[in-house]
Design a protein around this ligand. Structure first.
Ligand SMILES: [Mn+2]
Length: 328
């Protein structure tokens, strides 16, 4: 289906001098795995390669080959020899965190966009976008496999993104072709036990301390029947928790048995006057976007969110929301 696009991309890399591979901000397993797989491929083709990400890779991702190479390197955007830019797993350049950087490149370059987000408008000169793919890694697998370039190191990178984007082959992105590609990657030598140890079972100390506070405060909301918990700025500060620790709680709580009966709501004070709500359910008939919409939010039927203004206070029975202190 994408044979011509594969050829265009591989030819462009073949002719390149210096390939710049961009992963999106707050990088996840998919944007890291696909970027590092392409890095290995380009290095073997004898290219100069730079991996850029506005945020460095989290510690638990450093098991992947050259993962420490990912990070902010502002000087790269003035390099005259960069002639190919590949952006992976990003619906647009703003999401990637490089919208202001890319136009600064001094030399002529070809922009390649490889992604699976349904909203991707095709912002590259070459676009390999397939919104039915489980992950960008699944797309990169087909690209590199078209020239038999998937070795065990590349396979481990790609399986990491496929496993993390599908929630260990359990969420709605888990299609037959996702499972098939996962199987092929294992056959090509992907180290599944290493991926499982680092990217799946790994829970950073600070994350678990924050989750401990959230778990302690779980209660059933009398009005809605939802299971609710709340975290303050002080909690996030005390636990030195990063965004991933905060955003991971709602997915973790989705395993709660009550999430199957009703829904789970996590309220987090992310800044003074700013509260984020994150909703999850596993109930087949509940659509949590309906609740999120009441507060101007949205999302998917089983995972949605919203932002409201106010300030959380934790009380012995739950929480209260105070009005914002500043007028907006
Ligand atoms: Mn992805």
């Amino acid at each position: 289906m994408f044979t011509k696009t594969y050829a265009d991309i591989l030819t462009t890399i073949e002719r390149a001098h210096h390939v710049l591979i961009v992963s999106h901000r707050k990088p996840d397993g998919d944007t890291i795995g696909s970027a590092l797989a392409l890095r290995q491929y380009c290095l073997r083709a004898g290219k100069l390669v730079t991996n850029f990400c506005i945020d460095p890779a989290a510690d638990y991702m450093l098991f992947l080959p050259d993962a420490h190479q990912l990070g902010p390197k502002p000087e790269i955007w003035s390099s005259a020899d960069v002639d190919v830019v590949i952006v992976v797993d990003s619906g647009d350049l703003r999401y990637a965190g490089v919208a202001d950087y890319v136009p600064q490149l001094p030399g002529p370059y070809t922009l390649i966009n490889i992604d699976h987000h349904v909203t991707n408008p095709g912002y590259g000169q070459i676009n390999l976008v397939n919104s039915t793919a489980s992950s960008t890694c699944e797309i990169v697998y087909h690209l590199l496999n078209s020239v038999q370039a998937v070795d065990h190191a590349i396979a481990t990178c790609l399986l990491t993104g496929l496993i993390t984007d599908t929630g260990n082959l359990t969420n709605l992105a888990t299609t037959a072709s996702a499972v098939e590609v996962a199987s092929k990657l294992v056959a090509k030598g992907a180290n599944l036990s290493l991926i499982s140890k680092h990217a799946v079972q790994n829970r950073p100390f600070n994350t678990l301390r924050l989750w401990g506070r959230a778990l302690e405060r779980l209660h059933e909301d009398q009005k809605t029947g939802m299971i609710v918990t709340a975290l303050t700025l002080q909690d996030i500060h005390d636990c030195n928790a990063d965004d991933e620790a905060v955003s991971g709680i709602s997915n973790f709580l989705n395993g709660l048995d009550q999430a199957a009966h009703k829904a789970v709501l996590v309220l987090t004070q992310t800044a003074p006057d700013v509260i984020k709500g994150s909703l999850r359910t596993t109930h087949p008939l509940i659509d949590v976007t309906e609740f999120a919409k009441l507060y101007g939010g949205g999302g998917h039927k089983k995972a949605a969110g919203f932002t409201m203004s106010g300030n959380l206070e934790i009380t012995p029975t739950g929480y209260v929301i105070h009005p914002p202190t500043q007028s907006h």
